[in-house]
Write a protein that binds this ligand. Sequence first.
Ligand code: AMP
Ligand code: MG
Length: 409
Amino acid sequence: MRKINAELDNKMLSVDDALKSVLSGVKKLNYEEISIAQAANRIIAKDLTSRLTQPPTDVSAMDGYAVRIEDLKIIPATLNQIGESAAGRSFKGKIQSGQTARIFTGAPIPDGADTVVIQENTEKLDNKIIVKQHTSSGNYIRKAGQDFKIGQTLIKAGTRLNSRNIALAAAMNIPWLQVIRKPQVAILSTGDELVLPGEEIKPNQIISSNSLGLAVLVESNGGVAINLGIAKDNLKSLKDIVTQITSIDMLVTIGGASVGDYDLVKSALADEGLDITFNRVAMRPGKPLIFGKIHGKPMLGLPGNPVSAGVTASLFLVPAINKMLGLKTPISITENAILGCDIDKNDNRQDYLRAKMSINSSEELIVTPFDRQDSSKLANYANAHCLILREPFSNALSKGEIVRIIRLD
Ligand code: AMP
Ligand code: MG
């Protein structure tokens, strides 16, 4: 077993420094080409430029009549209807003085017409259209290119494709998209006590819950979770699994990261060539947190307690995935909220208090931490809406004071 550097073992990094190390230890991945129909939530690899102009020609914004404004000097004005322009079927003729054409929303404006009169302001008598209200020149015409023009860059590299920008990419006539490859994140649980949900539970055993939760976190953030199962708390079991890993982008282990006799992740992986960057972070929950490189791939060793694993994954694993995906802002966004109760000062560790959010009668965001913040309390964590961020050595705060929060999904 390789000895771990004692100096490193005693060093406790700040959350910010640890996050910087993680982000500089992961690289943006390459891209692949996929159909727009498969592109939901994928990340655009290169700026997208429109292949056409929208609308392609001047079109009507309303159902009504295409007219020449000079014919409407005296109201009511009577015009002869000489045709019809519908979306997909334009009127081929030209509107001369005294003439009009029926027109519908999205239909091209016929030659000669310069304005659309809405149907509600007209009356029809056989083929005669009586315009009953004044209007201004150019009304209800959507000019060619008023939405966007050919060659215009409309979706930037690093954008996650949601329903709105997928619709935009489709309107830009882009059927195939270059998106960043999904990061392959292998997840390994460790512990002699762990069994899977539904398996027989013998005395001293508990369910491995973290691996399933983390797989969802990985996938909902755009990665692919590869389940490596559960390693026993012995060097051979850990090494056997790790040596089998091929073609992944990141390894995540759960548990065995601390200083107990059976916390063997560091030493087992050190034998396999793990190069550790840090293994303790000044935070609560989540002090025993490992980051390093193994077989050239980034490795994150999360603590085993369910809340610690979840919080550290949100704070370090998600940003790492975001960086691999090339997102412009990989780290969690914080915002202000008002405390719903008093809270104590804290020590040298940065706290992430699990809390509920509510809206008060003045529509302000109120956050109230759970009474008990034990890192094994999965039920509270599952029901929390956000984490209240408390920097090291923060003073006690009273109800009504402002705190920074990170929303949980
Ligand atoms: P460890 O870091 O391995 O000492 O684990 C700390 C605590 O987390 C112990 O109570 C473990 O039983 C628990 N634990 C470790 N891994 C998991 C897991 N995958 N799911 C649920 N609990 C876990
Ligand atoms: Mg363990």
